[in-house]
Ligand binder design. Structure first.
Ligand code: SF4
Length: 630
């Protein structure tokens, strides 16, 4: 068995109730490495075109990589893929925590889940054994209830659980797959896919079994070096101290904190939502993922409207603070923390939920929707109504059933509010504003699973404020010089594509992008290669191979969408991005230029080997070893 891997993929057919173990060849692992690329391999090989994403023919994959579970920071992550019920293109989302390392210890590198069970089931993996068990008693239970019940039933409080939540059971298209009741494969509706299969949970227990590491001495030297450098790296140390919530104030200062449904980039109420205020007030502890020395996860305790916010549901991340906070014109950290808890308890994507509520708030402000229609006074700044609507979406009650479909479907169903949508390919955009980060705007448009902030490096890393460290590391990816602020010329497109390939590798190697990455991270491209070599023993693994694997995944994502009829016409940004921002901050009056974006798309397609309609060309598939997709 290749170093780093368990050497086994489990195939689950829920319709038949069958479980089959595959032992892939070493060459398969080296070509796809793991995560999203490995999941896409099965999806593209086996899923028919045009299947119902909430039907039995959708295939859900949960994949790890060679690095998962190794004793170094930033490796305990899992990729989930399927056809998305939200976008009808590919679904792709990563999560961290302890589940991935535990699943590797249970003896599996990945799961390929087909079919649809006739009754609720859960899958139990332990010490190389897989069993399907009845989950009737877990159906309708919240994430924390399921965690408690399963630990009791199996008599083991060390199990890790991935579950679809009530949101997924009720097929909310913004439902997440949850682990630990506070980590999520949040984006693109994967919780609904799991719920549609009546697979309530996957339970894993590794009992301490570890995959082999080729060069343990080199790996521990790299792990020690990284842990020792946390305090010297200002970006990473900020993450350790304040979590991703530490980004609120810098974003606000740059004018890139989406405010009142992306109408402004600076929020007068940013400070009360900041990581610094969270640390001074409601933070009780810092949490981590398996073996990670950074400990960026937040644990909080507070209350809002007499409802307790409990530590087990974790603290809000930056995206959550922005989407339920500034996006909705709300400056109440306690209310946002409660909304975060509701999403984690029911299994909802906090970005999709917060952004959809913000869309409804703008519709109310513009008189397109009335508070009577909605049933509650859902307007900017009303924290109580925001929390109530989050509950209504979670339970699919009243107007919440409509908003649980996501803002774009809600707009179509209601036949209103289309001009206020902040969606790409049907998925709500995260909280980084492309009006100032132009290359991010390009990636928001072309990314196969909708606007995503973790699919490429952000513009400031190569603009006037770039440090020598950023530039030195980016030069390893072929990006050699600083570029003009807010520009989107050829240099920026090359920067976007080169860093997108590295991020794409990270989502295949299942590596945390706060630990490994192209510029500001704890480890740069050279150390990422060092980690892969030490774990796998692939001594000739190089930055070029890393980038090729990233590129291979990008082509596979794109080909899936091509088969589903998506093309350049779908690489489209929301209309609002082209309207000047309001407010008084540094981005007031700024808008994206449609001609600039179209020209950037042309350049991007050329670099990526796509034709001008955005389809991956035959020659590129051949060059990437994907002839089987032609
Ligand atoms: S940096 Fe944070 S999210 Fe990443 S592995 Fe460490 S604790 Fe987890």
């Amino acid at each position: 068995m290749p170093n780093g891997y368990a050497g086994r993929i489990l195939h689950v057919d829920l319709t038949r109730g069958s479980l089959t173990v595959e032992q892939p060849e070493p060459g398969f692992y080296r070509k796809y490495v793991g995560g999203s690329a490995m999941g896409l391999y099965y999806i593209l090989k086996e899923m028919k075109q045009g299947v119902d994403p909430l039907g039995p023919d959708n295939i859900l994959t949960l994949m790890l990589s060679a690095l998962t579970g190794a004793p170094i920071s930033g490796q305990s992550r899992m990729s989930a893929n399927a056809k998305s019920p939200l976008t009808h293109g590919i679904a792709d989302s990563q999560s961290g925590g302890f589940f991935p390392a535990e699943m590797k210890g249970a003896g599996f590198d990945g799961l390929v889940i087909r079919g649809q069970a006739s009754r609720p089931l859960y899958l139990y993996l332990h010490e190389g054994v897989a069993e399907l068990r009845d989950a009737g008693h877990l159906w309708g239970k919240t994430t924390s209830e399921v965690d408690d019940l399963l630990k009791q039933e199996l008599g083991d409080d060390k199990i890790e659980i991935a579950q679809c939540g009530i949101g997924g059971e009720r097929l909310a298209r913004i439902a997440a797959i949850m682990t630990m009741a506070n980590r999520a494969n949040g984006r693109t509706g994967l919780g609904a896919v799991m719920g549609s299969k009546r697979l309530k949970a996957v339970v894993v227990r590794g009992a301490g079994k570890k995959a082999t590491v080729a060069d343990g001495t080199a790996l521990s030297a790299l792990a020690r070096r990284g842990a020792g450098e946390i305090k010297d790296n200002a970006d990473v140390n900020g993450l350790a101290l304040y979590g991703t919530a530490g980004v609120v104030m810098p974003q606000n200062a740059m004018g890139t904190l989406p405010t009142r449904n992306y109408n402004e980039g600076t929020f007068e109420g940013a400070e009360p939502l900041s990581g610094e205020v969270m640390a001074e007030t409601i933070l009780t502890e810092r949490d981590t993922c398996y073996a990670c020395a950074i400990r960026c996860k937040r644990v909080v305790e507070t209350e809002f409207l007499k409802q307790k916010v409990l530590p087990r549901f974790g603290g809000a991340e930056y995206e959550t603070l922005a989407c339920f906070g500034s996006y909705c014109g709300i400056d109440d950290l306690h209310a946002v923390s409660l909304a975060n808890q509701i999403c984690n308890e029911y299994g909802l994507d906090t970005i999709g939920t917060g952004a959809t509520i913000a869309w409804a708030m703008e519709c109310v402000k513009e008189g397109v929707l009335t508070e009577d229609e909605i049933g509650i006074p859902l307007h900017y700044g009303n924290a109580e109504a925001m929390v109530r609507m989050t509950e209504m979406i979670a339970k699919r009650e009243g107007f919440g059933a409509i908003l649980g479909e996501g803002s774009e479907r809600a707009s179509r169903r209601l036949e209103k509010g289309e001009e206020y949508l902040i969606t790409v390919k049907g998925a709500e955009a995260p909280a980084h504003m492309p009006q100032a980060k132009r290359s991010l705007g390009l990636i928001y448009a072309v990314n196969a699973f909708g606007a995503d902030h973790q699919s490429s490096e952000h513009d400031p890393m190569i603009e006037s404020g770039a440090t020598d460290q950023y530039l030195e590391r980016l030069s390893l990816l072929g990006i050699k010089e600083r570029l003009e602020d807010r520009s989107l010329g050829r240099g920026k497109v090359e920067f976007a594509y080169a860093t997108q390939k590295m991020y794409s590798f990270l989502d295949s190697g299942n590596l945390c992008q706060f630990v490994f990455g192209p510029a500001w991270n704890l480890y740069g491209p050279a150390e990422t290669v060092e980690a892969v070599r030490a774990i796998t023993g692939w001594d000739d693994f190089s930055i070029d191979e890393m980038q090729t694997i990233g590129d291979r995944r990008l082509a596979m994502l794109r080909v899936f969408n091509q088969r589903e009829g998506l093309s350049r016409k779908d690489d489209k940004l929301p209309k609002k991005f082209f309207k000047a921002l309001g407010g008084t901050g540094p981005t007031a009056g700024i808008a994206l230029d449609p001609a600039e974006i179209e020209a950037a798309k042309d350049m991007y397609y050329e670099l990526a080997g796509y034709d001008q309609d955005g389809n991956v060309q035959r020659e590129r598939l051949q060059a990437l070893g994907l002839e089987w997709l032609i």
